[in-house]
Design a protein around this ligand. Structure first.
Ligand code: ZN
Length: 143
């Protein structure tokens, strides 16, 4: 018997089995409490026990990961919460071990204004934390 499975890597929210009962109805059974992850080998064993117990046939299984909204982005300079769809941001690639990872830094409107004013807009946010950079902004403002 071939069981079709959908697997998700890492922590999953739910584990489900679709089981065709002897009366022909297909029931989705949540087995999350019993197993933390389903795979072909485990489900084959469950299917065997289910069939032998006369409780039907396991058709497929799912390791379900719920869609959840991404955590809010915060301004990389002052920490205020920003909307990542509209906020000014910079992207760069950083090496983490042997992998190259894309890093995105977001800035609130006020901070992006400051960064542009001091000419940091084009440079790396990660390398030059605003705190470490001497501001080239004039101390006195001329109107
Ligand atoms: Zn800010």
């Amino acid at each position: 018997m071939q069981i079709r499975g959908e697997t998700a890597k890492g922590t999953t929210d739910r584990r489900e089995l679709d089981i065709e009962r002897p009366d022909g109805t297909v029931e989705t059974v949540d087995v999350s409490a019993k197993w933390s992850h389903l795979n072909d080998v485990l489900v084959a064993a469950i299917a065997k026990a289910t069939a032998e117990g006369g409780r039907g046939q396991v058709l497929r299984y799912r390791n379900v990961v719920e869609d959840r909204p991404e955590p809010a982005a915060t301004c990389d300079r002052c920490g205020v919460e920003v909307d990542r769809t509209t906020a000014y941001h910079q992207q760069e690639r950083m090496r983490v071990g042997s992998a190259s990872v894309k890093i995105t830094a977001y800035y609130c409107a006020a901070c992006s204004g400051v960064l542009h004013a001091v000419g940091m807009g084009e440079s790396s946010a990660m390398a030059q934390r605003a705190d470490n950079v001497v501001s080239t902004e004039p101390v006195t403002k001329e109107d």
